[in-house]
Design a protein around this ligand. Structure first.
Ligand SMILES: Nc1ncnc2c1ncn2[C@@H]1O[C@H](COP(=O)(O)OP(=O)(O)O)[C@@H](O)[C@H]1O
Ligand SMILES: CC(C)(COP(=O)(O)O)[C@@H](O)C(=O)NCCC(=O)O
Ligand SMILES: [K+]
Length: 255
């Protein structure tokens, strides 16, 4: 009963083949491809794994990318289910004005975070930070209700926006320092602290709204860049999206 979980962001496709669509099922194989290289999957990585019986993915990269991924999956006799955020799934409720317009990756990450937190102890509010192409900072209360969240540009987008919007800001990546004294460090530090500041602000909102200290989980390909500069307590989690997809799959594909 193998299960393929897939997370297609605006920069990279991440996949993990699990032995079953079950929480804590062992990972049999996993990989990452930049979106430009999707066409190599069927003849490359995916030709070397057993065919999955179930596929559940979240994709925020648009219809054209979805078609390219589905083309690669023609290798197998399986059709993918793509997550669409709804008003309730796997114990999490969605407070977005239009629930289906919430990024599927944010929905899946919150479901993963919610169940990870439940395993750690009594339910408490959560702040879920995803640092990918974009950065999202999402809040859940202690009943599993998504209260709302922030979206801001990720490192790459911030730098490219600065480069294209100014005459003299095309410089190499710098370091994060308290008092930047060159353009590279000033840009890198500014971008990083913008993200850290957004997280701190959301933690403050949740503390105030819920009257309890939230658990803060961070995930995403660029999480490691932000982690050293964080001021609040948080946990960096590698596979929050896969946790969420497994949690959903265990319900959708239960036999
Ligand atoms: N090996 C790497 N090569 C390029 N970018 C990387 C790498 N590792 C981490 N990153 C960073 O991670 C970001 C992409 O993270 P990811 O979570 O895959 O994003 P998305 O889900 O939006 O596709 C990139 O913007 C980059 O800043
Ligand atoms: C905010 C996002 C662009 C993040 O994308 P990512 O960084 O994971 O590639 C994505 O979740 C998205 O397109 N969301 C839809 C809009 C929304 O969530 O309100
Ligand atoms: K993502």
């Amino acid at each position: 009963m193998t299960f393929l979980a897939m997370d297609v962001g605006n920069t990279r496709l991440k996949w993990a083949l699990h032995a079953a669509p079950r929480r804590d099922a062992p990972v049999l194989a996993q990989g990452v491809q930049f979106l430009d290289n999707i066409e190599t999957l069927a003849e490359g990585d995916w030709s070397r794994i057993p065919p999955p019986q179930h596929v559940l993915g979240c994709l925020v990269a648009g219809e054209a990318v979805k078609r390219r991924v589905e083309e690669q999956m023609e290798l197998w006799d399986v059709s993918a289910q793509w997550v669409v955020a709804s008003s309730e799934e796997a114990g999490v409720t969605n407070g977005y004005d239009y629930p289906a317009r919430l990024g599927a990756d944010r929905w899946v990450a919150m479901i993963g975070a919610w169940h990870r937190a439940l395993k750690l102890g009594p339910a408490r509010p959560l702040v879920v930070v995803m640092v990918g192409t974009a950065v999202t900072v999402d809040a859940l209360d202690a009943t599993g209700r998504f209260l709302g969240g922030l979206i801001l540009p990720g490192h790459g987008i911030m730098l490219r926006a600065m480069e294209s919007g100014t005459a003299g800001l095309s410089v190499p990546t710098g370091n994060v320092v308290d008092f930047p004294t060159n353009t590279s460090d000033a840009l890198t530090s500014g971008g990083t602290y913008a993200i850290v500041g957004a997280v701190d602000r959301m933690l403050q909102h949740v503390r105030q709204h819920c009257g309890a200290e939230p658990l803060c989980l961070m995930t995403g390909g660029a999480g490691w860049k932000v982690a050293p500069s964080m001021t609040s307590t948080f946990e960096l989690v590698d596979n929050l999206l896969f946790d969420g997809l497994l949690e959903m799959a265990s319900r959708r594909f239960a036999q």
